[in-house]
Each structure stands twice: as C-alpha cells, then as structure tokens.
Design a protein around this ligand. Structure first.
Ligand code: 6PG
Length: 478
C-alpha cells in the first residue's frame, strides 16, 4: 500500500491535518523527528483511517505514490528550510512539497523558486481554523503552481470546510500568494478582535455592563449582521466565570495581548505596498501597547486624563454595535485593498470573490458578512474598494451617525478606541475633497525641493523658495 500524502511534523496542527486527511479516506504516511510522537498519534487515533508509520524522511518519501505529496507542518522559519533541504535530494521531478505553516510569503516565494530549479513544486498553503479547524475542516489558501494544484487540490478541497456545498479552498495564485492571503486573513483577524475588545471596553467602562451581561449582548449581536465565529466565542469567553475566584474570567487574565507575528507582517507588507491598512495597523499597535506593562503602570500614576463627565444614553449599546460593524467593514476593505495592491505588485491574479468565499467557513474570521463580500466581487464590475459596492456603501452610511457618536464619546471619556477611530478617519479621509497632503507637498518642496503637481496644469513643479518664489517646471520629481 502506498500513501497519497505524507505529513511530517506531528505537533497538534500537523497531527490534526493528518487525521483529517485519513478520516476523509486518504492513506497518510506519518513522520516526525521524534518517532514517539508518531507512535502516540497512531496509538490514540490509528483507527481513524489508513496511516503508514515511517521513521525517516527516506521512508516517508518511499511510501508515497507519485507525484509525491509531502506536507510539512513545522514551525515557520529555519525549521521549514531544514526539512526542505533534507527532502529535496530524496524527491523526483514533479513531486510536491507543501508548507502548511504560517510562513512568511517572501520565504515561500524564495523556496518556490529554489525548488523549481529542481523541477519540484513548492506549495505554501495558508491554513486557518486553529486546531479544531485542522481536524474538522479548515479554510485553506494554497499558492504554488497551478499544475501542482491539479494533484493537490482535490485532497485539500475534500478536507476543507464547506459552505453551501462549496469547499473553503481554492487555488489562490502562484508562489507565495496563498501565504500572503493567509497573512492578510490574520491581519483582519487582529482587527476583528481589537474592535470586539473596544466594544467590550466601551460597554463596560461607559455603560457599566458587566461581562456576563455583555455575553448576552454579544450573543444577540451574533444573530444579526455581526454574526461570526469571533462574536460567538466572545459571548462564550465573556460568560465564563473563573472557577478559582468566582470572578469573570476576563478579569483574572493579564491584559497583555501576545502575538506570533502574522499581524505585524501584514502591517509591514502594507507599508511596503503603500496600502493604507490603518485599522489593522492600530490593532497590532494596540497589542504592543498592552504589553508595555512598566510604562502603563507609570502612566496610570502620572499622566492626567481630564475626561469629560458625561453619561451615555439608552441607545449606546446599539450605537456601539453599529460602530463595531462599520469598523469591521473598514478592516475588511483595507485587507482586500492590500490584496489588490499585492496582486499588482507580484503579478498575481487574485480573485477577491473566491478569497472571500473560502473565508466563509473554517477560518477564524468566518462571518456572515463574507457572503455579501463574495457577492460584491462576483460580478464583472469589481469595486475599487469594498465600500464602493452599493450594499456596503449603504450599510456603512447607515452606521455613520452612531459610529461618530461612539468615537466622540470614547474620546471624551478617555476610553481608547484606536481601531474604531482609525477606521472612521480612513472613511473620512477617503471621502474628503481636499486633504492636507497639499500642504505636505508644499513643505516637502520648500525644505527638500521634492517638487509638486498643480491642480490646474500638467507637469511637475518647484518653487524657488529661497529666491524670488517664482515657479519653475521641474524635470525630475524625487
Ligand atoms: C488561524 C490563526 C492562526 C494564528 C493564531 C495566533 O487562522 O487559524 O490565524 O493561524 O496562529 O490566531 O496568532 P497570534 O498569536 O499572532 O495572535
């Protein structure tokens, strides 16, 4: 018996993907650096499907049907390179090496190019849904060559989540496109969680609603336009009571948010692409600020708030819901805008409707909203920005009054709402007829002769600031 796919790296994610594949009828060869882990998996779950136990990468490779498919699930970075380096000499042209970890897309681009030299396919796939998703149906974002997808796609589509009978898996584009899209998914995930956090803080600090009461509210919100996995689990976390102290669970957790790095990568890429991903950026910075324990402690003693003494009215909860919805929409708009910029930069033909569709199930940002986002990009005329799709133009317009009230209230009360407010600033920035960027250009021209363009003439100009302030046509802009 030969295996249809091999999995190396059997920590929880790798083990769960292997089990998912086996449960779906594929024969899976297993390998792990320490054999004990392979045996543990077989002892616990060996009866879930057909597994082949291997002790070395050579044995793993030998157990596979051709073209071989080897899925690597090890820590992103050097460990991936190490496994790839060991695998390459064992493989034959046409074989497929799959990296299912959260690798940086530039590493994936590099590895894809390097393996192509050996006539091997390197496929970076984004896998979302955590441990549970990996086992029962994740959202999968595969990159790599289209050719490799023919051999790999059917397996991935089978094990992925399905929504309305459609797999939450589709070929994203060549080389690092899959990992790029997964990275942006995580950026949106950060922003989604931060706006939920801001809503929680506002409801508690401004409206005095305790976590248990908020669990009810989030539960209700989950029935409407906000319906999503993250809102659902927010209700669960807020409703949880710490067994040791009897206090709300959120009150016994240290308020310093960790991060493994994908959100940060999203923002770095956004900066490189010149894509204004301010909501996602603020969500990454909010985690960073939360972790500055010493400075926060000192600030609490020394920095003065001078907050206004105002009370919130009856409609506040609904206002917060609308502000949360509008800010969430902006995060998606910014993430998708970034995908558009990356597609242009890297020559990827990213299909935003397919991407939105495969985010509808299995992944952390799965949300009702993604159905409408899919629809917004499905037609022939693609909106240049998600917010320009008529359904969303209307939806956000409805939320704007509440959104402004909430941000204004938060500012007056000294409650930080970095993503609510950055998203609103983005919305207003886009809408603004004249931006102060004209003044920035003037300043740049004065101190650095950086030149500017005029509203009323073609060409590039420079004012002789240090002389008679006459204007000349500039040859080069820099
Ligand atoms: C997913 C998640 C996952 C990510 C965790 C932790 O899509 O399943 O994005 O890939 O690793 O959410 O991320 P942070 O530690 O950066 O919050």
């Amino acid at each position: 018996m030969s295996a249809q796919i091999g999995v190396t790296g059997l920590a929880v994610m790798g083990a769960n993907l292997a089990r998912n594949l086996a449960r779906n009828g594929f024969t899976v060869a297993l390998h792990n650096r320490s054999v004990a882990r392979t045996d543990e998996l077989l002892a616990k779950h060996g009866d879930e499907g057909d597994f082949i136990r291997t002790e070395t990468l050579q044995e793993l490779v030998d157990s596979l049907e051709k073209p071989r498919r080897v899925l690597i699930m090890v820590k992103a970075g050097a460990p991936v390179d190490s496994v790839v380096d060991q695998l390459v000499p064992l493989l034959e042209p046409g074989d497929i090496v799959i990296d299912a970890g959260n690798s940086h897309y530039t590493d994936t681009r590099r590895r894809e190019a390097a393996l192509a030299e050996h006539d091997l396919h390197f496929v970076g796939i984004g896998v979302s849904g955590g441990e549970e998703g990996a086992l029962n149906g994740p959202s999968i974002m595969p990159g790599g060559s289209k050719e490799s997808y023919q051999a790999l796609g059917p397996l991935l589509e089978k094990i992925s989540a399905h929504v309305d009978g459609k797999p939450c898996c589709a070929w994203i584009g060549p080389d690092g496109a899959g990992h790029f899209v997964k990275m942006v998914h995580n950026g949106i995930e950060y922003a989604d969680m931060q706006v939920i956090g801001e809503a929680f803080d506002l409801l508690r600090s401004a409206a005095g609603l305790e976590p248990a009461e908020q669990a009810e509210i989030f539960g209700e919100w989950n029935k409407g336009t906000l319906s999503s996995f993250l809102i659902e689990i927010t209700a669960e976390v807020l409703g949880h009571v710490d067994a040791k102290t009897g206090k709300p669970f959120v009150d016994v957790v240290v308020d310093a948010a960790g991060q493994k790095g994908t959100g940060r990568w999203t923002v770095i890429s956004a900066l490189e692409l010149g894509s204004p991903t301010s909501g996602i950026a603020e969500s990454v910075f909010a985690r960073a600020l939360s972790s500055q324990a010493a400075q926060r402690k000192e600030a609490q003693k020394t920095l003065i708030g001078n907050e206004a003494d105002i009370a919130v009215g009856e409609g506040f909860v609904e206002d917060v819901r609308q502000a949360l919805f509008a800010s969430k929409l902006v995060s998606y708009a910014q993430g998708l805008d970034m995908l558009t910029a990356a597609a242009k930069e890297y020559g990827w033909d990213l299909k935003l409707d397919e991407i939105a569709s495969l985010w509808r199930g299995g992944c952390i940002i799965r949300a009702e909203l993604l159905k409408d986002i899919t629809a917004a990009y499905a037609g022939d005329s693609k909106p240049a920005n998600l917010l320009f799709a008529p359904a969303f133009t209307e939806a956000i317009a409805e939320a704007v009054p509440a959104w402004r009230r909430v941000v204004a209230t938060a500012v007056q009360l000294g409650i930080p709402v970095p993503v609510f407010s950055a998203s609103l600033a983005y919305y207003d920035g886009l809408r603004r007829d004249r931006l102060p960027a004209a003044l920035t250009q003037g300043l740049r021209d004065l101190f650095g002769a950086h030149t500017y363009q005029r509203v009323d003439a073609e060409g590039t100009f420079h004012t002789l600031w240090g002389e008679d302030k006459s204007e000349i046509e500039a040859v080069d802009s820099h």
